[in-house]
Design a protein around this ligand. Structure first.
Ligand SMILES: NC(=O)c1ccc[n+]([C@@H]2O[C@H](COP(=O)([O-])OP(=O)(O)OC[C@H]3O[C@@H](n4cnc5c(N)ncnc54)[C@H](OP(=O)(O)O)[C@@H]3O)[C@@H](O)[C@H]2O)c1
Length: 351
């Protein structure tokens, strides 16, 4: 297993993070026994980074993790969880207010049977709570020793920059990670969010790196999802999110590269994300031990630059405005510098 530093921090995490959203999930998830086996094998392989959230199966995912972790060295692991979703009937049982965050952390620690959380993430943006209130509450948790590091998830690029600017201004803890939807058929975050993360020293953690399993090659153009597949249970969410001609073109290219490399579509898709050093970890979501072991093949294996580029081109992704404008206008003001600003990298990163 290879490890990467999480953003601008000293925390080393495995580049494969074990996601636990499937644990305890009716229909498309796995039960207590299988989830314990998955956790055991993941840790055995050298994985140290595990992601959950209070909302996954209404707290059951955290509880299953807590039970499974009794057989492992807690301090060797980096446990990440999140809050934001509504978890109770009271008006305040949701969001990112001081009152709720402090309550949510206690509840997560109880379910996880731990007295600290390594990475506490806000699961989404709260449009009503002032960011100062949220960042102070998170900072308090770090000072109290209940939380080691903080991160965000599903934030817009401007919110990432604003939150860390507030933290900087008041001398509070800064976000070190951003957890976002990123896979080879949904590359939206390359426009604003990924550059914001790189600028602010946040390591990117990719959720749904296989596009809910679409990138395993299990699905066919113009055909209904096979019975029992995850997408067959989540048609309303995943079909509009992933099924398009362009996405199936990517699957076709994955199949060609798979024949050349002896790696399957899943492994190629995960390796495509990890090729970018701004990505710290891919959060895998195995339903079975076999799926876990299959994904673990990319613990150390990397794509070649040529394979990476072929897949990037197959996905037909457009950076859109303002990047198009900058591309077409840049020559007008420059050309004598040794380096030109890449959209894909921070301008100061010249390696
Ligand atoms: N922050 C957020 O808002 C957010 C949102 C979503 C997820 N997450 C995190 O990200 C993690 C991963 O997300 P995800 O579950 O959507 O990931 P994903 O990898 O895109 O999808 C997982 C699904 O893909 C299939 N699969 C998994 N491994 C496979 C393999 N090796 N070969 C073939 N098929 C495989 C399984 O579906 P089948 O049952 O069809 O085989 C599985 O349920 C979650 O557990 C959670 O920790 C965070």
């Amino acid at each position: 297993m290879n490890y990467r530093y999480l953003g601008r921090s000293g925390l080393l995490v495995s580049r494969i993070c074990l996601g636990t959203m499937n644990f305890g999930m009716k229909d498309w998830g796995c039960d207590k026994q299988v989830s314990s086996k998955i956790i055991g094998e993941f840790i055995e392989s050298g994985g140290n980074f595990i992601d959950t959230a209070d909302v996954y199966s209404d707290g059951i995912s955290e509880e299953m993790l807590g039970i499974a972790l009794r057989d492992h060295q807690r301090d060797d692991l980096v446990i990440a969880t999140k809050s934001w979703f509504r978890m109770g009937d009271s008006p305040n049982s949701k969001g990112l207010s001081r009152k709720y965050i402090l309550e949510a952390v206690e509840n997560s620690m109880r379910r996880l049977k731990t007295d600290y959380i390594d990475l506490y993430q806000v699961h989404g943006p709260d449009w009503f709570t002032p960011m100062e209130e949220t960042m102070r509450a998170l900072d308090d948790l770090v000072r109290q020793g209940k939380v080691r590091y903080i991160g965000c998830s599903n934030y817009y690029g401007w919110q990432i920059v604003k939150a860390n600017a507030i933290a900087e201004h008041y001398g509070l803890e800064r976000f070190i990670s951003g957890q976002h939807l990123y896979n080879i058929v949904r590359r939206d975050i390359e426009r604003e969010i990924l550059p914001a993360c790189a600028d602010q020293g946040l390591g990117l953690l990719c959720w749904s790196p296989l596009a809910s399993g679409f990138l395993s090659g299990r699905y066919e153009r113009n055909q209904a999802p096979p019975e029992g597949s995850r997408i067959s249970y989540r048609k309303n969410i995943d079909i509009p999110r992933y099924f398009s001609d362009a996405a199936f073109d990517v699957v076709d290219e994955l199949k060609i590269i798979s024949n050349e490399t002896n790696k399957n579509l899943t492994q190629l898709s995960l390796a495509w994300l990890l090729y970018d050093q701004r990505v710290t970890s891919v959060i895998i979501g195995p339903r079975t031990v076999e799926q876990l072991n299959d994904s673990l093949h990319v613990s150390e294996w990397n794509l070649s630059p040529e394979q990476h580029e072929r897949l990037a081109n197959a996905s037909n992704f457009s950076q859109g405005y303002p990047m198009e404008w900058v591309d077409s206008s840049y020559a007008n003001i420059s050309g004598i510098e040794e380096f030109s600003p890449g959209h894909f990298r921070h301008p100061m990163d010249r390696n």
